[in-house]
Design a protein around this ligand. Structure first.
Ligand SMILES: Nc1ncnc2c1ncn2[C@@H]1O[C@H](COP(=O)(O)OP(=O)(O)OP(=O)(O)O)[C@@H](O)[C@H]1O
Ligand SMILES: [Mg+2]
Length: 257
């Protein structure tokens, strides 16, 4: 199995004793379990504050869980050798909500796309140039964009650049956290289709996070519904959407019908 997430809990400490007397921490996630197969998409849906980004961060090891484990190819990420951990980090990449904010404003697009490859010591200069060119083509951008700075491109172009950057190392898993929420509705559909296309081209798995169950339905093979840090429903997307068992899932669906 590519990725297994077992019994994850996450507690955040309360900073104010006065506001929350008697309680030490806030439970952001409780007992989360799932597996992610090669080439598949798991959707995570839930309202604001349900713990979606916390979960994405834990899967990519940007945050530590309070309890539980993440297994990448059967190996607990906490017990990896340096080399195993390096491979895991290289193979798990992120796409976040606000593309402009996730790029260094002083860098050219070329520099932004080159940067992840600085760790790929085995690639020569010419191969790096070639990889930039093929990746640009994959995400539907013209070469002329390489000379621009982030503020000189549109929101849709910026998200394509950020997707291109996440693909530079040819990852196995992409964690997409609300990747289209900051975009115009018309651009959203283009970016979702782009994500589907590159997933097929590169055979990647997605952890696809959204508050919008319609997007999750469009993108995911399986889904997980989170409510206040707990899983209320989990299973094949088709099954859950056609016959939701839980009232909360039904209410999410009622917003889009
Ligand atoms: N670093 C932190 N310290 C304390 N509490 C946090 C921290 N990060 C998140 N939380 C809390 O954990 C809960 C889950 O937050 P999270 O960002 O995972 O939700 P989300 O589902 O991604 O929400 P949104 O849809 O608004 O992005 C929230 O109540 C949030 O306030
Ligand atoms: Mg979030």
């Amino acid at each position: 199995m590519l990725l297994e997430v077992k019994n994850i809990d996450k507690h955040y400490p309360y900073l104010s004793r006065r506001l929350f007397p008697g309680k030490k921490s806030f439970v952001a996630l409780e007992n989360i379990n799932f597996t992610l197969e090669s080439g598949k998409t798991l959707g995570v849906v839930g309202e604001s504050g349900s713990g979606k980004s916390t979960l994405g961060g834990i899967v990519g090891d940007l945050r530590k869980p309070s309890q539980g484990e993440i297994l990448y190819k059967g190996k607990n990420i906490e017990n990896m050798t340096k080399e195993e951990y390096r491979l895991y980090r290289r193979n798990v990449q992120f796409v976040f909500q606000s593309p402009q904010e996730s790029m260094n404003p002083g860098y050219s697009i070329k520099k932004i796309l080159r940067e992840p490859m600085d760790i790929l010591l085995e690639l020569g200069e010419r191969q790096k140039e070639e990889r930039i060119a093929t990746t640009l083509e994959m995400v539907g951008l013209e070469r002329a964009i390489l000379l621009k700075k982030p503020r000189e491109i549109s929101g849709g172009q910026a998200q394509r650049v950020v997707i291109a950057r996440s693909l530079m190392l040819r990852p196995e898993i992409l964690i997409c956290d609300e990747p289209t929420s900051a975009l115009d509705v018309s651009i959203q559909a283009q970016i979702l289709n782009l994500l589907k296309q590159v997933q097929r081209d590169l055979g990647m798995s997605y952890l696809f996070i959204s508050h919008n169950i319609a997007l999750i339905n469009y993108m995911s093979d399986e889904l997980m519904v989170l409510y206040k840090g707990r899983v209320v429903e989990q299973g094949s997307t088709q099954q859950v959407i056609l016959s939701p068992k839980e009232e909360y899932t039904k209410s999410l669906l009622s917003f889009v019908q």
